[in-house]
Design a protein around this ligand. Structure first.
Ligand code: NI
Length: 180
C-alpha cells in the first residue's frame, strides 16, 4: 500500500468527468488499497480517485465515527445514484482537497446507489445519515464537482483564494511537488 499525495483545489483534474472502470484487475485493486490507506492516513471518511490524480470512477469511504468500532471500508466502482429521497439533510462538509474549510451543504437525506465491487459483482445499497452525504460528496468528485460548488459565488471564491495561498506556501516549503 502506498500513501498517495492528495491534490489541492484549484486543480484542473478536480474539475473533470472521470472515466468508467472497464475491468476489475490488479491495477484497480492496488488503486483501491492505496486510496483506503491514503484516506485513513489523512484522516478522512471518503476519497475519490481524481483526488489522487487518477481519472477513474472509483471512490472509497468509511463513515464509522466511533474509534473503538470496527472499520467498514467500502470501495465503490462505477457508482450510480439510482434513487434520492425528497427529504433533505444539512451537513457541515469538508474535503481532503480543500483542507480546513467547512460549509453547510443541503443534499437528499437518503440515496440508493448501485456500484461494482472489487469482487466484480454489482451491489446496491441504501445510505442515510453521514453515509448518504459522504457517498454523494464522493460521487460528485467523479463528475468534477466539489462541495464548494453548492455555495454562493462569494464564499466559493474566498475559499479558492485561501487554497491558492495554501498551495503557494506549500510550494515554498517544497511540499507540493506539482508546483515546486
Ligand atoms: Ni471531497
Amino acid at each position: 500500500m502506498t500513501i498517495r499525495p492528495i491534490l489541492i483545489h484549484p486543480d484542473p483534474r478536480l474539475k473533470k468527468l472521470c472515466d468508467p472502470v472497464a475491468a476489475i484487475d490488479d491495477e484497480i485493486r492496488k488503486l483501491a488499497d492505496d486510496m483506503l490507506a491514503t484516506m485513513y492516513e489523512a484522516p478522512g471518511i471518503g476519497l475519490a480517485a481524481p483526488q489522487i490524480g487518477v481519472m477513474k470512477r472509483v471512490f472509497v469511504m468509511d463513515c464509522v465515527k466511533d474509534k473503538d468500532a470496527a472499520p467498514e471500508p467500502m470501495v465503490l466502482i462505477n457508482p450510480e445514484i439510482t434513487w434520492s429521497s425528497e427529504e433533505t439533510n444539512v451537513y457541515e462538509e469538508g474535503c481532503l482537497s480543500i483542507p480546513e474549510q467547512y460549509a453547510e451543504v443541503t443534499r437528499p437525506a437518503e440515496v440508493r446507489m448501485r456500484w461494482l465491487g472489487l469482487d466484480g459483482q454489482s451491489h446496491e445499497e441504501q445510505f442515510d445519515g453521514l453515509w448518504a452525504t459522504c457517498a454523494q460528496h464522493e460521487n460528485d468528485h467523479l463528475n468534477g464537482k466539489l462541495f464548494i460548488d453548492y455555495l454562493g459565488a462569494m464564499k466559493r471564491s474566498m475559499i479558492t483564494r485561501k487554497m491558492e495561498k495554501l498551495k503557494r506556501e506549500r510550494a515554498r516549503e517544497g511540499k507540493e511537488p506539482g508546483l515546486a
